[in-house]
Design a protein around this ligand. Structure first.
Ligand code: CP
Length: 292
């Protein structure tokens, strides 16, 4: 039984297979490879992109999807997460897709070995399908030879599961990473660190912007995000005519993370990331439910 807690669970060969399948699905939708398969989605945190993208991906492959809304579930009556999961597994799904605020929830449920567990975002630890779709999008733009490509990750890096997963995955492909953030948003790291975007804008091919994860801040970090934006927002003034591309996992805080005009600029791959998310998640579901 194969799980996806983070991309470290996947061999390089499996990652290549995911990218090949995603590319092929993008050119032409496949037949219903997962007909009569059933997936359950269990999102303990809000989501627009990941939940709907998994659901679209599963349906494009002919699978059925049941969503359990934790706010209306018996966890509210005191049932433990493990019991909720065991009860769902007793209904015979072919996989459970889970998002949770705790870093170790997906691995804890995976260790129960009841059904394949797919991590749709856990705390600030991992968001593997986001990292895969980010890398897929970069490969589409720059080609498959990624060794030495320069990516700056900008924003609330310490609280971002996307940053954590991107860093682990991109490193395996030889991508050179730099981190740009104010002190409270900077993790402990061996990677090159910068305080301002101006220091890196001439040195990078990709800027990956991240939202301030306000829901994970124990107390307000900045009183005024307009002041923060003056240093960390990706704007036309910052980019000029440079050929750097701009990415963001979403949700974007407009004019704080990225300005309106850059979101509409051809250098923004933000909506391409969302489109690619469906094909990458189709490929992940195929790998875990059919090929493994
Ligand atoms: N990228 C991402 O995880 O977005 P959602 O929170 O909307 O799923």
């Amino acid at each position: 039984m194969q799980h996806l807690v983070d991309s470290d669970d996947l061999s390089m060969e499996q990652i290549e297979r995911i990218f090949e399948d995603a590319s092929s699905f993008k050119k032409r939708l496949p037949p219903p490879l997962l007909k009569e398969r059933l997936l359950i989605t269990l999102f303990f945190e809000n989501s627009t992109r990941t939940r709907s993208s998994f659901e679209v991906a599963a349906k494009r492959l002919g699978a059925e999807v049941v969503h359990l809304d934790p706010s209306k579930s018996s966890t509210k009556k005191g049932e433990t997460l493990e019991d909720t999961f065991s009860n769902l597994c007793a209904m015979g799904p072919d996989g459970v897709i889970i998002r949770h605020s705790h870093n170790d929830t997906p691995s804890l449920l995976a260790d129960m070995q009841l059904t394949p567990v797919i991590n749709a975002g856990a705390g600030n630890y991992a968001h593997p399908t986001q990292a895969l779709l980010d890398l897929f999008t970069i490969r589409e733009f720059f080609g498959t030879r990624l060794e030495g490509l320069r990516v700056a990750i900008v924003g609330d890096i310490v609280n971002s599961r996307v940053a954590a997963s991107d860093i682990r995955l991109f490193d395996r492909f030889g991508i050179k990473l730099s981190l740009v953030a104010p002190k409270p948003f900077m993790p402990v790291t061996d990677l090159p660190r910068y305080d301002t975007l101006e220091e890196v804008v001439d040195e990078v091919d990709v800027i990956m912007s991240l939202r301030a994860q306000l829901e994970r801040h124990k107390r307000p970090i900045f009183d005024n995000y307009e002041e923060y934006a003056k240093r960390y927002c990706i704007t036309q003034d910052l980019l000029g005519d440079r050929s750097v591309v701009v990415m963001h996992p979403g949700p974007v805080m407009r004019n704080i993370d990225i300005s309106d005009d850059i979101l509409d600029d051809p250098r923004s791959l933000v909506l391409e990331q969302v489109s690619n998310g469906v094909f990458v998640r189709m490929a992940v579901l195929k790998l875990l439910l059919l090929d493994s």
